[in-house]
Design a protein around this ligand. Structure first.
Ligand code: ZN
Ligand code: ZN
Length: 293
């Protein structure tokens, strides 16, 4: 059902073509309503706190390609964004319990057992969660934001790489995301860990397919069929081609090149030979028709 101000614009045009991104829009519209009391037709990012602005702009994008793919993706970003503000001195990030006096030196929350210290992303040293600057000069919340933006970009890039069947790069990217060890970036790590087995399996499969094509091309080359070898190699998706592929590809091209040079030379020789024979015939004729001694 289309609800003005809350439903995605594409639902108004053709409800059957809409997908999960329509839910993302509705969630964004509800959040916007919660924050401002107006419906999404009056969406104006400048009225939002800076921390949540980019997230809602993406959730409420009219172009579905610019929207979060699923509600889960929106949730991941919202969860990580919600920790942006520093907690009060002595406050646990997880449960909000306030530690006072000697309890300020605790490393674990006395109420919920969560860590009260987190490693600096720049130097690795532990800092209380309510501190802004590490001794190394790193702005801790800013460093987390920066890292989160990078990871968010990697998640999007991963989708593009899988779509273009570049499993090699996709698996590499996932492995990088899975290395996000900071507790506030845990959502990204879990996201990557869930997808890693499939990406690695697809990478192995695509390596195998490339290897297979290269082997076939190589035996075609041995049989002196460079054009057929080249055609077999070209069947491998560009993203899947490896070093071995390039080597055999080069061999095939060289062989084709040498064949055409050889046949040109042959043709040239044939031409000369024909010309010579014609000349021989002419001189034979002229000597025959010449004056007898
Ligand atoms: Zn706690
Ligand atoms: Zn540091």
């Amino acid at each position: 059902m289309f609800t003005p101000g809350f439903s995605a614009p594409e639902l108004q045009i053709d409800a059957r073509s809409a997908d999960r991104r329509a839910d993302v829009y509705s969630l964004g519209a509800t959040l916007w309503f919660t924050l401002t009391g107006t419906d999404a037709d009056a969406f104006d990012p400048s009225q939002l706190p800076i921390g949540i602005r980019p997230t809602l702009v993406r959730a409420l994008a009219r172009d579905i390609e610019h929207r979060f793919p699923t509600a889960e993706d929106l949730g991941r970003v919202l969860r990580s964004r919600s920790d942006d503000r520093l907690p009060a001195r002595g406050q646990c990030l997880a449960c909000g319990h306030l530690h006072l006096g000697p309890a300020l030196n605790r490393r674990i929350c006395e109420d919920c057992g969560c860590p009260l210290a987190e490693a600096c992303l720049a130097c690795g040293r532990d800092n209380p969660v309510w501190i802004r600057y590490c001794d190394c000069g790193c702005n801790l919340p800013e460093a987390i934001d920066h890292q989160r933006d990078r990871l968010e970009l990697a998640c999007r890039r991963y989708g593009e790489l899988m779509a273009s069947q570049d499993y090699e790069q996709a698996a590499r990217l996932l492995a990088e995301v899975a290395e996000a060890i900071h507790p506030r970036l845990q959502d990204y790590r879990s996201w990557a860990e869930v997808r890693l087995p499939e990406a690695e399996w697809k990478r192995a499969e695509s390596r195998q397919a490339c290897r297979h094509a290269v082997e076939e091309a190589r035996s075609l080359l041995h049989g002196r069929y460079p054009r057929e070898a080249l055609a077999r190699l070209e069947q491998v998706q560009p993203a899947r081609r490896d070093k071995e592929w390039s080597k055999v590809h080069r061999c095939a091209l060289e062989l084709i090149g040498s064949y055409s040079t050889a046949s040109r030379r042959q043709a040239a020789q044939d031409g000369t030979r024909e010309a010579d024979t014609a000349a021989d015939r002419r001189s034979a004729r002229s000597s025959r028709s010449g004056p007898d001694p």
